[in-house]
Design a protein around this ligand. Structure first.
Ligand code: ZN
Length: 266
């Protein structure tokens, strides 16, 4: 076939394709018949665009449930005994978790570790060490989704189940008695789902905001100042550089031991 004839063929095909698309998308418009290809197209027609791969359209995400104005009922916020409890969130972390565990072992105290599913998947050996050394586990969601509690109940459930499955892949018979909502952004729905899965919802009473990277001295001062009998103290062994938290560990533990004693959550 001669080049000119080939071009005419290709452009004619392009027009057919394009008018077919337009017709399908607006069947209600009574459009005039297409002019012949030779009249409609300039002599140097551009090639028709490659057809885009058709993916099934994603269903729109349901809107997030609003956060309640105050914390929902059913949260564990104190130990229920005079002693205080230590909790460490966002791990396990290969740098900080072993060091925190060393501090706890030396001080002969146990803590509760609120672990994130994706971290558990990466560091199952650390979950095994946490359990082996007598600490408790708490589900802290699959990927630390701050909005998880506001999502559809089925989505909340799937996230919590997935995280517990990953924990039990690391430690087959692990007990996970607690769930802690990332950011403390609780809803009644997430508390209910956690309960249905056998977990109590663990909040806290003392937050020294170690995640905002204050100095170790500030962390210790904040804990000491606000800890009351039965306090649940929130600290972090993951989610970033935890050097200050680690440096504060010995002082925080000593102060809590002296003022209240430290006990495991029950
Ligand atoms: Zn967290």
């Amino acid at each position: 076939m001669r080049p000119r004839a080939l071009l005419a063929c290709a452009t004619g095909l392009a027009v057919l394709l394009m008018s077919g698309c337009g017709g399908a998308s607006s069947p209600e418009t009574d459009s005039p018949p297409s002019p012949p290809p030779s009249a409609a197209l300039p002599p140097q027609a551009e090639p028709a665009p490659a057809p885009t791969r058709s993916k099934p359209p994603k269903p729109p995400k349901p809107p997030l449930r609003p956060l309640p104005a105050k914390l929902p009922a059913g949260l564990v916020r104190t130990t229920g005994v005079p002693e205080a409890a230590l909790t460490f969130d966002d791990g396990p972390d290969p740098v900080w978790t072993p060091k925190v565990l060393d501090r706890l072992k030396k001080a002969k105290v146990t803590a509760t570790f609120c672990v994130v599913g994706t971290q558990v998947r990466k560091h199952p050996e650390l979950v095994r060490r946490i359990v082996r050394e007598g600490h408790q586990l708490c589900n802290h969601s699959w990927r630390h989704d701050l909005d998880l509690a506001r999502r559809p109940v089925a989505e909340i459930r799937a996230d919590l189940v997935r995280t517990n499955k990953e924990i039990r892949r690391a430690v087959p018979d692990a007990e996970v008695p607690f769930y802690r909502q990332p950011g403390g952004r609780w809803t009644a729905e997430v508390v209910k789902v956690a309960r249905e899965l056998g977990m109590r919802s663990l909040h806290w009473t003392v937050d020294p905001k170690d995640w905002a990277k204050p100095t170790a001295a500030t962390i210790k001062k904040r804990v000491k100042r606000s800890a009351r009998p039965g306090a649940v103290v929130l600290l972090h062994d993951g989610g970033g550089d935890r050097a200050a938290t680690l440096a504060a560990c010995n002082g925080v533990i000593a102060a809590l031991k002296r003022d209240h004693g430290i006990a495991a959550l029950r």
